[in-house]
Ligand binder design. Sequence first.
Ligand SMILES: [Zn+2]
Length: 209
Amino acid sequence: MPRTPHRVFVADALGCLLLLFLGRFRLLGHARILPDVGELESWKHCPRCGTALEPLDGGARIECPQCGFRYYASSKPTASGLVLDDEGRILLARRAQEPDQGKWDLPGGFLNEGEDPRDGLRRELVEEASLDVEPLEFFDFVVDRYGDEDDAQWTLNLYWTCRVLRGTLSAADDVAELRWFARDELPPPAELAFRNNAKVISRWRDEHA
Ligand SMILES: [Zn+2]
């Protein structure tokens, strides 16, 4: 084999290792530097038959050698709303529980198994705010983590703009407060829950200047 391709191959391999290393410690494209702890890292036994097992492919999946149970690590999907009133104000919910207790959040939540994300969004708005909303347009998505702990779950957060069909604003138990915010009154990033809210709200504000 000629020398040059071999050297290129070695350089590529080293480059890949460096990228893996940087990615492992989240030095690429993230403000926070945290070690990644995937959702399967703490799975020591098969949840179906109890056989001891090791996560495969760097924690991406498990496959039980005894019963064949398979599971793939993934980001958990959520659906949230940029719910606007007649004056163009946005509805935010202040979180009553950890993670990020006391911070402002776009209303929404985790999807149920098999649930259409727009149905999940409507369900969450009824549960959190007693509002029946209509999702209008898909706005954005953000991959994030559910809190600052090393083993915080990865989330895939989906956002729709929404209008209110009916209902009277009323906060649920897991919401400390609900409030409509005009564009220029929106809380600063430090008062917003998670990273995804700041990103989505910042984009919405830029597009409605
Ligand atoms: Zn098993």
